[in-house]
Design a protein around this ligand. Structure first.
Ligand code: AMP
Length: 434
């Protein structure tokens, strides 16, 4: 028989990686709690119609799409936002605004596998519904900053753009939505020349192309300054000026929060997902040229799914890439230690077969007191069992012997110090917890 392997693009998380994954997830959940985002759990499988409604060609072409046995066209979710928008357009329709939702789970895209790019990956997702105000956008930026920080990343920066500036120009130049989206997707991949050619072929003026050329050059970390220059450049496009004002307003609020967020702005920055309408952003760390997270404002999606008009802004963080960056910045170990890896572990070994039941009983007593206990299940001689526990860096062995049991006690052996003493069963937990 052939040797079984994981399917291309899919990975196993062995204990150390799984622990890091859960650590990052735990930090995300804590951030959700602190910012008032309530967790929801939505299905991995959704209807293709829903997922494809506003996903953009790129994402659409990469879905794990299939017919279920009932003949329905379904797909594995390539993002959370469509599921959340579906809920908000239906079940949560009458929920008082604003409301904040958090999700975490696996996401599926038929991407070309490479470092930091998989076909099954993990996201933490935050959506803020019901506010079109810049403080809502600022909140999403700030919670992203806070999450990256508490996850343990030392250095990271947010790249912030505004889709409204480009859209404003393209709309005033009368480009239809479909062409606009195609232009954005080319820009997302930094294929600016192709994007300009496409705009040109739609019959716009030379001055418009020139403005676009200048626009994509405007970027930098002096964020308010750059946005002012953008506003000046696009002064003939009313909607673009409005968008620049909104963009500047959001950045100003983030600066005023005094959270020391490392931000750059980039006027030529676009994102692949079609539904964005305003501020967009991505998170980067030095040395990794793939984004650790991304999000933005999408004011029309809920309506598109049949709900009441609901402005919204959200973000998805790529957990796998955060893990990668933590490993890269050598911060993984610290993060894991924080995740409780220092925990004391105990092996419970009966001295003979007749005491196996007693070993289970004492183990339960210890676990009920919060101690991590493994019970000897290999029937090994005491010396072998202790050797193994030592090798695996366990902290204590609890040895169950007849003589001690008669006194309601066991032998507790400190494996590192190689010393042991007889301890009453009710006191064992205190002893091993130190
Ligand atoms: P998006 O929904 O495309 O904005 O993606 C949000 C985040 O998910 C990105 O910034 C990445 O961190 C992560 N991500 C997207 N695609 C992949 C992938 N194929 N493998 C791992 N992480 C991904």
């Amino acid at each position: 028989m052939a040797e079984f392997k994981t399917v291309r693009g899919m990975r196993d998380f062995l204990p150390e990686e799984a622990r890091l994954l859960r650590h990052v997830e735990g930090r995300a959940r804590e951030v959700a709690r602190l910012y008032g985002y309530r967790e929801i759990v939505t299905p991995v499988v959704e209807s293709y119609e829903l997922l494809s409604a506003k996903a953009g060609e790129e994402v659409k072409s990469r879905m794990f799409l299939f017919k279920d046995l009932g003949g329905r066209d379904v797909a594995l979710r390539p993002e959370f936002t469509a599921s959340v928008a579906r809920l908000v357009a239906t079940t949560l329709r009458n929920e008082p605004r604003p409301f904040r939702l958090f999700s975490v789970g696996s996401i599926y895209r038929y991407d070309e596998p490479q470092r930091g790019r998989y076909r099954e990956f993990w996201q933490t997702n935050y959506e803020l519904m019901g506010s079109s105000r810049p403080e809502a956008d600022a909140e999403i930026l700030l919670l992203t900053h806070s999450f990256m920080q508490t996850a343990g990343l030392k250095k990271f920066a947010l790249k912030v753009g505004h889709i409204g500036v480009l859209r404003g120009i393209l709309t005033q130049e009368k480009l239809v939505d479909k062409v606009q989206s195609a232009v954005m997707q080319l820009m997302d991949k930094k294929q600016y020349e192709d994007a300009f050619r496409l705009v040109k072929s739609a019959g716009v003026s030379e001055t418009c192309i020139l403005t676009l050329r200048k626009l994509v050059e405007l970027k930098g970390s002096n964020v308010l300054d750059v946005v002012d220059r953008v506003a000046e450049l696009v002064r003939d496009y009313e909607k673009s000026v409005e968008a620049s004002r909104n963009w500047g307003g959001i950045l100003d609020l983030v600066l005023k929060s005094r959270c020391d967020v490392d931000m750059t702005v980039d006027a030529g920055f676009a994102r692949g997902l079609e539904y964005y309408t305003g501020m967009i952003f991505e998170v980067y760390v030095p040395g990794l040229d793939i984004a650790l997270g991304g999000g933005g404002r999408y004011d029309r999606l809920i309506e598109l799914f049949g709900g009441d008009p609901t402005p919204a802004v959200g973000v998805a963080h790529g957990v796998d890439r955060i893990m990668l960056a933590l490993q890269e910045q050598k911060a993984a170990q610290k993060a894991e230690e924080k995740a409780g890896e220092e925990e004391k572990t105990v092996l419970v070994v009966p001295i003979n077969e007749g005491l196996r039941g007693q070993a289970l009983r004492v183990s339960e007593v210890l676990r009920n007191a919060g101690v991590v206990v493994e019970v000897e299940v290999m029937g090994r001689k005491m010396v072998k069992a202790l050797e193994d526990a030592d090798k695996r860096k366990m902290s204590y062995a609890v040895i169950i012997g007849e003589r001690e049991l008669k006194e309601g006690a066991v032998v507790v052996r400190n494996l590192a110090k190689r010393v042991q003493s007889t301890v009453k069963i009710e006191d064992v937990a205190d002893v091993v917890k130190g």
